[in-house]
Design a protein around this ligand. Structure first.
Ligand code: IMP
Length: 417
């Protein structure tokens, strides 16, 4: 029998509502693994009267029986992780961190913020958490890995050499760095807290799969923010698509089982960069208000617009999505008309694929009749007729079944078809 891991991946520009689905699926999985990104990701989960903010810790932390893994593809900020851990009782035996995960230290976020400042109106609009500089150091082979925390003295020396090599650039950028004593005591503190959790997580995931355990791979951000396949350079610095789950954990393609893609019934993006179906008028404002579209990590208002079926088809294909979970359908309640981007116009031509650069693409829309109330529906038949038609049409446009539909933030208000 084949042992495979189930994968959840974002299909738009992040913030698709993955949290609700991952949280739900985490209850039935033995292992939940993060494979990419860092603490730029984030969602809040409400359990009873407690609210948990998760950025780096996998969502399985709320299932007391699940083992949580932070894979090698992640950029890992020890200080933020330690703060996040404080929300929970002792996680020993339920949480493992890859010794190959890339260390993200405070100088990375300072570099990130300085670069953004220097770019002025060309800024990417990053979360300012240091994600780009940490991945940059990784591929430039001047970064450091979590396993190096085993020897803080040696690691301190290496980082000080890196500071020396970059001192001229840091001066221009206004990036200050810690001295030897400060750095050493910081790294010793990280070692003391994190050492029990650091291990070879690839071996753990292989063992789990070999023993027939249920493994869930939790994607972060979304396909259109992927370093290769997104709207470069307005992207994050990781492989957010399903292929990233293999390299980010040490799996092979045959280890990947069912792929569920998460998308909102409309579209949002934070930060700069092209967004052809953005609505800068009243409708966009209404989507933001009804959908509470403000960033979990930075609190920034999200840019809002309509479902982009072209980008979604691209995302379905690139990720090998078998079913889509369509989130926040109820946010569209009460709109007279609902637009869907069905093609782009680029230099006077109509195209139905994602071009090299989306900057000059404008959306061509098909207009659907709206509906009054889908909120709280728990079966497809309960949905207003026009909402049903909207979903059936989207399925055809994106070449993929929509197997899950979310009609409110409540866990139970979910239609499984
Ligand atoms: P970075 O990942 O902080 O470098 O930011 C690069 C781009 O990705 C910016 O446009 C961010 O707004 C966006 N981004 C990063 N993480 C998220 C997320 O979790 N949700 C939505 N957008 C994100």
């Amino acid at each position: 029998m084949k042992r495979q891991a189930n994968l959840i991946v974002g299909l738009q520009w992040g913030d698709e509502g993955k949290g609700k689905i991952v949280d739900h699926m985490a209850q039935t999985h033995d292992y939940v693994c993060r494979f990419a990104g860092g603490h730029n990701a984030g969602h809040t989960i409400v359990v009873g009267d407690k609210t948990y903010a998760l950025h780096l810790i996998p969502s399985g932390v709320l299932n007391p029986k699940a083992i949580n893994i932070v894979g090698n593809g992640v950029v890992f900020s020890p200080s933020d992780f330690i703060k996040e851990m404080e929300q929970f009782d002792n996680l020993e035996g339920r949480l493992y961190l890859s010794d190959k995960a890339q260390l993200l230290l405070s100088y990375h976020s300072k570099i990130d913020q300085a670069r953004e400042r220097m770019k002025g109106d060309k800024a990417i609009g990053t979360t300012g958490k240091g994600i780009g500089p940490a991945y940059g150091d990784k591929v430039a082979r001047v970064g450091h890995r979590l396993g190096e925390l085993h020897n803080p003295q040696k690691l301190t020396k290496k980082i000080l050499e890196y500071f020396k090599m970059n001192s001229a650039i840091f001066d221009v950028m206004g990036v200050d760095t810690p001295n030897e004593d400060e750095l050493l005591s910081e790294l010793i503190e990280y070692k003391e807290v994190l050492e029990p959790y650091i291990t070879d997580t690839t071996l753990l995931v292989w063992k789990a799969l070999d023993e027939g355990k249920k493994v869930l791979l939790e994607g972060a951000q979304g396909t259109m923010l992927d370093i290769d396949h997104g709207t470069y350079p307005y992207v994050t610095s990781s492989t957010t698509v399903s292929a990233g789950a293999c390299s980010g954990l040490g799996l092979n393609p045959k280890d990947i089982g069912a792929v569920t893609g998460i998308a909102k019934a409309y579209c949002t993006r934070v930060g700069n960069g092209p967004f052809p179906s953005e609505d800068l008028g009243e409708d966009g404002e209404r989507l933001r208000k009804s959908g509470h579209e403000y960033g979990t990590t930075t609190g920034r208002p999200r840019r809002c617009g309509w479902f982009d079926a072209v980008a979604m088809r691209h995302a379905v294909r690139i990720n090998g999505v078998e079913q889509v979970a369509l989130m926040k359908l109820d946010v569209l309640d009460g709109f007279k008309e609902i637009k869907v981007c069905v093609a782009y116009e680029v230099e006077g031509n109509r195209i139905d694929y994602v071009p090299y650069d989306l900057e000059d693409a404008t959306a061509i829309y098909e207009i659907f009749d709206g509906w009054e109330n889908s909120c709280g529906a728990r079966s497809f038949e309960e949905l207003p007729k026009n909402a049903q038609e909207y979903i059936l049409s989207l399925e055809k446009m994106i070449n993929c079944p929509i197997g899950i539909i979310s009609t409110s933030p409540e866990r139970e208000d979910t239609i499984i078809r």
